[in-house]
Design a protein around this ligand. Structure first.
Ligand SMILES: [Zn+2]
Length: 69
């Protein structure tokens, strides 16, 4: 499946903050620990924002399915 990179930092500041703070980590089993190094890409008609958990460093992927293309 092809993957198209997007620039996360083109999002409005408040949206960026929201994505970076409203997280769920499968390792820590805890919400809102925050993440760093966000990368955004489009794959299979969904938008993904991937970053690293602020506590454990495992990768966290947020999938956005309600986005318009
Ligand atoms: Zn974690």
């Amino acid at each position: 499946m092809s993957r198209e990179e997007r620039d996360f930092y083109k999002r409005p500041e408040d949206e960026q903050q929201e994505f970076l703070t409203n997280t769920w980590c499968n390792e820590c089993m805890e919400a809102n620990l925050g993440m760093k190094d966000p990368q955004e890409y489009v794959q299979d008609k969904a938008v993904f924002i991937e970053g690293k958990c602020n506590r454990c460093g495992m990768s966290i992927v947020t999938e956005l399915t309600d986005e318009n293309f």
